[in-house]
Design a protein around this ligand. Structure first.
Ligand code: TXA
Ligand code: MG
Length: 341
């Protein structure tokens, strides 16, 4: 791919027209959302969508999420919208919930990874909502990282991965949640299945319906397993460093890290551990919200510091913690070390 010049600009009124013109002419641009940064294209323009797959190095069968700014746009995409979806949209949109619907025939198969369904969400960023409105079409946007690397939670992360590959990055500051949206599909009239956990937690969804957590959320899938959400089968969110999840108490984890006796060992913990000198600490946090916010940026920082191995303390899996653990399992290739044994 030829190198192109990448412009990095702050989100605001001034850039709306230029960004909308770029997207209308089939170009692509990185945009802020409340979860992670997205790499956006006109969802209805097959060539624009292909350019997104190419810039990310993303497998063609991994479908994109269509970002909308109004319910009218949802009805333009979805062939049918269950009543439960209307209720969830009223409660959680704009926000980090993605819902899967049968798609209308005019929605390109390429956008949806060849599936006959489309994933739809209304993001909360004021700028990105205004941009979608200005464009007049939904924006297909995967996370704006190189496929396989940790998702970008700041414009700087996007720049690290996409400099020279895309014409425009719009800087809307740090993302509020730090993990991607919750992805659900519908089963019957009163049940959702969580395919990817996020900031809209199972606890929150249970206020409205039955909730099934797909086995792929916490279990390793066979390479040839048939999955509803193709994104679940790929190695994901991994820095260059080898990542391991460590389970235990402050004491057993510190003892384990002392025994490692290797340099360039990174650690993401709760902040309460008295770490040995050979270990470099990166911010992670005590609460699930902090951990979600810091996870991807800390993994990137550990890479930047040249860590060969990174140990991450096992998070509590309540609330948004389920999303943290789901991403961590994938970045660690499902390697969990119990330091109490
Ligand atoms: O928060 C987010 O969702 C971010 C921001 C940019 O909105 N986007 C994001 O996109 O995380 P991406 O492409 O990195 O992840 C989309 C996930 C993948 O796991 C994909 O397989 C799943 O959603 N997905 C998309 N369309 C689907 C469909 N029709 N059926 C099942 N899964 C789908
Ligand atoms: Mg992604």
């Amino acid at each position: 791919m030829n190198k192109i010049e990448t412009k990095l600009v702050k989100a605001g009124e001034e850039i709306l027209d230029e960004a909308a013109e770029l997207l209308k002419s089939g170009g692509i641009a990185a945009v802020p959302t409340e979860t992670v940064y997205g790499l956006a294209a006109n969802a209805y323009n097959v060539n624009a969508v292909r350019a997104v797959f190419e810039a990310k190095g993303r497998p063609q069968d991994n479908p994109l999420i269509l970002h909308i700014c109004s319910t009218a746009m949802l009805y333009d995409i979805a062939a049918s919208v269950p009543e439960l979806a209307v209720k969830l949209a009223e409660s959680f949109w704009p926000g980090p919930l993605t819902m899967i619907f049968p798609r209308k025939p005019h929605v390109p198969a390429e956008t949806c990874g060849g599936l006959d369904t489309a994933a739809v969400r209304m993001p909360r960023s004021k700028f990105t909502l205004a941009l979608i409105e200005r464009c007049g079409f939904p924006l297909a946007a995967p996370s704006a990282n190189t496929s396989g690397l940790p998702s970008p939670t700041s414009a700087k992360h996007v720049y690290e991965d996409m400099n020279g590959r895309i014409p425009l990055i719009i800087d809307g500051g740090e993302c509020r949640y730090g993990v991607e949206s919750t992805v659900v599909c519908f089963e019957g009239i009163d049940t959702v299945r969580i395919l990817r956990p996020g900031a809209v937690t199972p606890e929150m969804l249970r206020e409205y319906c039955h909730v099934v957590i797909d086995s792929g959320v916490l279990e390793k899938l066979d390479a040839d397993a048939k999955v509803i959400s193709p994104g679940m089968k790929y190695k994901h969110y991994s820095p260059n460093a080898e990542v391991y999840i460590v389970k235990g108490t402050d004491e057993t984890i510190v003892e384990f890290l002392e025994d490692m006796n290797v340099n360039r060992t990174g650690y993401l913990g709760f902040g309460s551990e008295a770490l040995p000198e050979n270990v470099t600490a990166f911010p992670y946090g005590r609460t699930a919200e902090e951990q979600a916010e810091n996870l991807f940026s800390s993994l990137r920082e550990a890479d930047g510091a040249g860590c060969a191995e990174v140990y991450v303390r096992m998070p509590d899996t309540a609330g948004i913690g389920l999303a943290v653990y789901n991403r961590l399992l994938r970045s660690a290739g499902f390697r969990v070390i119990d330091t109490c044994k």
